[in-house]
Design a binder for this molecule. Sequence first.
Ligand code: FES
Ligand code: FES
Length: 313
Amino acid sequence: MIFHGSRFTFRPDVPPEQRTKALDSLRDQGRTVPSVTFFLVGRDSSGEYEWGAVFVVEDLAACREFLTHPASRHADRIVRPLVEEFTSFDLTDDPDPEAGARIAEVRRRLLDTPVPSRRTVLKAVAAGTAVAATGVVAPAAATAPAAAAQAYAVAPGSSVEVPMTVNGRLRKVVLEPRVTLLDTLRERLGLTGTKKGCDRGECGACTVLVDGERVKSCLTLAVMRPGAEITTVEGLARGEELHPVQEAFIRNDAFQCGACTPGQIMSAVACINEGHAGSEAEIREWMSGNLCRCAAYQNIVAAVADAAKEVRR
Ligand code: FES
Ligand code: FES
């Protein structure tokens, strides 16, 4: 059993009607995900906190399905631009006493600290009034608190909580130590811009920046980088404004199928920052860890050189 939730606060400039519309959309999307056995959208009475996507799924595969389901991504697109602060959490079963204690601590902080919105939501669920009060989709509403409590009792493997800042936002994920950073980003945090190519360090499709340095996320375990600042391709643009490297890739037609492109772009950002984009030969050398099966190398090199000029200006 996995209990996953996301707490968020809207930006202060988002008007009440827009908040209501966003929460309604979220609710609608929750209805369409088959693996979710319990789905709840709530808000506290003061309007200070909003709660979204508190859901219970049966197993890891179903959790993965939820996080990668088009409806989940669509909901993300609707709500994310309006959100100021976003905290995500996963609680998984775990038999290991130490890990169990850590999860219990996470649970205590998440469930027992005085956060009015959450408590309001769970009380409403416990009282069986959630649907009537909020229009919430809650097929298993009455069993939700029990399900959440059971979530820590029995477990298939030990887990640890790993805090990381992803694209400027603090995320805390509870996962088994064997989980790669790539799978954490794609399957736990729903950031599917980072691609899985070979999954063994050969192609560079999974390149992300960790504390400003490019790394192959398929070869990096998430537990190896607690507290790291991670930037994925989703974190490069500033609102509608693309990063100069993204602009240059478009200008120079530097992709065909696009499978390698997020990794190429992240690597190019680092290559330029490192000062390794002074000539075509240098770019080819320092971008050699990123393969392109469409062989768009000529245009990729041109795009990196082009972007380097922009960045230096
Ligand atoms: S997926 Fe990581 S290097 Fe290929
Ligand atoms: S554009 Fe297709 S793999 Fe690079």
